[in-house]
Design a protein around this ligand. Structure first.
Ligand code: PLP
Length: 451
């Protein structure tokens, strides 16, 4: 099997990531364990910046924090001169706590609360990406009260459909996100912000979907957005200064998918944009991209310990791991597929096919169906690749399982960036009303009620 970038097999036959022996990592930090390759994350940020620098005069690359956001990730993004896309008060708080410069934050979300908007005004986020008329009205009211003039991009749904899972298609007309272009909502919103003294319109935003494996839909998006820039100019006289085309570039999870390279994607997108803008005689706006998955997806590997193995002759062998849909809900949610190897015998030849089951009380808690592996035993370490994006960030405590730890690896060093949750963390927000306190006699049904 082809291993990912920066992944090797060492002399002991153990899988090594960022120069760290994964079997030692499993022993030292426990499993399940998210392992994040710092070098690869940084390399991906630079690849985006280099590619854009070669094609476009003025640009920003914002990391979409929803893919995987921790304070350490915010520090890396700051050091790499990235912008940051956040979608909630919690993500914003994480970034600010980590010392990420608020002026390089884009605040997204299709239903931001007044509290979230107030926090964003208070810390001074760089751009509010406004999604609907309700948000514009609330933000304008809060901005007036705070004597602030937030900079606003309008998220639009450009009517571009994509070939990806229904749950990650976002640019079509029938979407909860953004102002519809086709029914003139986007135009009305642009005029509304232009007329609002408490706000500054800087431009437009669109994001059409995620895990996209070719450039066709991105090219349609670029063309549709250039047309909208032109229409807004014609109707209102306003020249869009900033155009954000979102994220969405896919990665190869199984080795079967063949997404374009970052450079190829950027060239395709900017090529169409340039042509469409030139034809309309429009200036080139500052271009923003917001990749998430393609920055961090491949850099993540999850280590599990194999426990019970159930062999049903003539049917299937299940190998159960100590995590599952709680730390990686994507297979259950989207039918996502993954590759994996037995990390402590990474060179051994596969001689059987097993299915990797999680430990949750759900038959649907299956991580991988039909994985070729060598002989396996309880205690073996399984490494599942490409789990950096939308795994930890979508993790839950279902079955009251504590969420795993995460370590950042590079040049043979490993640092904890998320501590493993403890049982005490699981009950930290529980409250027991006095009448239910341990040791008190239960009140019988009907007792105490007047009759
Ligand atoms: N920008 C927006 C507005 C998004 O909703 C998303 C993901 O859904 C992204 C960027 C990042 O997308 P991806 O992780 O596919 O690059």
């Amino acid at each position: 099997m082809q291993l990912g970038r920066n992944i090797e097999i060492n002399a002991r036959g153990h899988l090594e990531i960022g120069g760290c022996d994964t079997v030692k990592l499993a022993r030292r930090f426990g499993t399940p364990l998210y392992v994040v390759d710092e070098g690869l994350v940084r390399e991906r940020c630079r690849e985006y910046q280099r590619s854009l620098a070669a094609c476009w005069p003025d640009f920003r690359v914002a990391y979409a924090g929803k893919a995987f956001l921790t304070m350490a990730m915010c520090r890396i993004m700051d050091e790499e001169d990235m912008w940051l896309d956040v979608v909630s008060g919690g993500e914003l708080y994480t970034a600010v706590k980590a010392g990420f410069p608020p002026q390089r934050i884009l605040f997204h979300g299709n239903n931001k609360s007044a509290d979230e908007l107030s926090l964003a005004l208070e810390v001074g986020v760089g751009r509010f990406v406004c999604d609907n008329f309700h948000e514009l009205q609330v933000l304008a009211r809060l901005a007036r009260r705070a004597h602030a003039r937030p900079r606003v991009m309008l998220r639009v749904a450009p009517g571009v459909d994509t070939h990806t899972h229904d749950y990650v298609r976002t640019g079509q007309v029938d979407s909860k996100f953004g102002f519809t272009v086709g029914n003139w909502d986007a135009m009305v919103a642009a005029q509304w912000v232009l007329d609002e003294p408490a706000m500054v319109l800087t431009g437009l935003h669109s994001h059409i979907g995620s895990q996209l494996l070719d450039t066709a839909a991105f090219e349609l998006e670029a063309q549709a957005m250039a047309e909208l820039v032109d229409e807004i100019k014609q109707e209102t006289g306003y020249q869009v200064e900033e155009l954000n085309l979102g994220g969405g570039l896919g990665i190869s999870y199984t080795g079967q998918e063949a997404p374009p390279e970052v450079g190829q994607y950027v060239r395709a997108l900017t090529g169409v944009l340039e042509k469409s803008l030139d034809q309309a005689g429009l200036k080139r706006p500052r271009l923003y991209l917001e990749p998430g998955r393609s920055i961090v997806g491949e850099a993540g590997t999850t280590l599990y310990t194999i426990g019970a193995i159930k062999h049903i002759p003539g049917v299937r062998t299940y190998a159960m791991v100590d995590g599952g849909m709680v730390d990686n809900p994507r297979p259950a949610l989207y039918g996502a597929k993954y590759r994996a190897v037995v990390a402590n015998r990474a060179r051994a030849r596969s001689n059987q096919v097993v299915s990797i089951a999680g430990k949750c009380c759900e038959s649907g808690d299956m991580l991988i169906w039909d994985l070729a592996v060598p002989r396996i035993r309880p205690g073996d370490v399984l490494a599942v690749f490409c789990t950096g994006a939308y795994n930890y960030s979508m993790a839950s405590n279902y079955n009251r399982l504590p969420r795993p730890a995460a370590v950042l690896v590079g040049q043979g060093e490993a640092d904890l960036i998320i501590a493993r949750e403890r049982y005490a963390d699981l009950v930290a927000c529980d409250r027991v009303p006095d009448r239910l306190a341990a040791g008190r006699m239960p009140v019988a049904a009907g007792e105490g009620s007047s009759s």
